[in-house]
Design a protein around this ligand. Structure first.
Ligand code: ADP
Ligand code: MG
Length: 303
């Protein structure tokens, strides 16, 4: 953009050229319409012909938007806008709806911590879930109640979601957590077998931080419980206290598993050091307190 001083210094010939360019541009219908909509005198407008043309070009690009990735505008995801000032025009970049959506989605992800889970899980969305099979309907209904209730004082119960491999259990819960992240609810999704391994390896370093984080996070998913190598340590020192704390504090807790609660009880009872069905039962009782039980059995979505 030219300053007033620069404009003043222009020779008469240049001034005529500016005018001529402007008049030529007016032949274009879109240029004409844009200029009319601004309600600014031609004396001012003629100094901005090429910038105004750029705005039109970007508008056209947006009209034929190929995708955010392939955005042909000068600044990807942004469109130039005209700001009318008292003595001239200014031009600013404003983000387009697609870019706004992208920013919103990446911003809310900071509320979700994932632990040894596929990255794509952060993009799971309830909108995608709706379109799929009937066996999800009761779960989605529960999610809706959960979303409504979550803002209330009494924190709603999580779900114990069990069923066959690849039926979409993890995806479903991730979609719910994503929705709550948009409301700035902090959550963690941890692949339980790997979490245990790393927790054990963190003795003497940040063990307590890791343990406390999972214990206290407002929303927790323990993914694939029952797939871990059960030891009396993992059951009685880790899982038990985490669940006990979350029960007492009313923190919503979710589980996915290939096992039903009855099968999980059997699984938790047996460790290398023997069989302890009482301790296993106490864990199951806590899970029952924390959750409602839903099956999700279906085709394997994994490819
Ligand atoms: P599970 O936890 O039951 O073993 P996952 O949740 O990991 O199954 O789902 C298996 C695969 O299918 C994953 O790659 C996941 O991203 C995909 N998937 C599951 N449900 C959906 C859905 N509703 N829409 C899109 N992809 C899905
Ligand atoms: Mg899973």
């Amino acid at each position: 953009m030219m300053t007033a001083q620069e404009l003043f210094k222009l020779s008469k010939k240049d001034k005529n050229q500016l005018e001529q360019n402007y008049i030529d541009a007016l032949q274009d219908r879109e240029f004409h319409e844009l200029v009319d909509s601004l309600n600014v005198s031609s004396d001012i407008l003629k100094n901005y012909t090429s910038l105004l043309k750029d705005v039109i070009k970007e508008k056209k690009n947006c009209k034929n938007c190929p995708s955010l990735e392939k955005c042909p505008n000068k600044v990807k995801g942004y469109i130039e806008q005209i700001i009318v000032l008292e003595k001239g025009l200014n031009f600013a970049y404003v983000n387009c709806p697609l870019e706004k959506e992208r920013l919103k989605n990446s911003a809310h992800q900071k509320w979700m911590m994932v632990y040894d889970m596929p990255k794509e899980i952060k993009r799971a969305s309830l909108n995608d879930v709706y379109k799929t099979a009937k066996n999800r309907i009761p779960i989605i209904k529960y999610f809706k109640t959960f979303l409504d209730d979550y803002q209330n004082i009494d924190k709603p119960k999580g779900i114990y979601l069990h069923g066959s491999f690849g039926s979409g259990k993890t995806y479903l819960i991730a979609a719910l957590f994503n929705e709550l992240a948009k409301k700035e609810v902090r959550s963690a999704m941890v692949y339980f077998p790997e979490f245990l391994r790393e927790l054990k390896a963190s003795f003497g370093t940040d063990f307590k931080e890791r343990f406390d984080y999972i214990k206290e996070v407002p929303l927790l998913l323990l993914d694939d419980i029952g797939a871990e190598n059960v030891t009396s340590w993992s059951r009685d020192e880790i899982l038990g206290p985490i669940l006990q704390y979350r029960m007492e504090e009313g923190l919503s807790t979710f589980f996915t598993s290939n096992l039903t609660l009855e099968e999980l009880e059997v699984n938790l009872a047996s460790t290398k050091s023997g069989n302890d069905s009482l301790k296993a039962r106490r864990i199951i009782e806590r899970i029952r307190q924390l959750t409602v039980d839903y099956p999700l059995i279906g085709e394997n979505f994994r490819r």
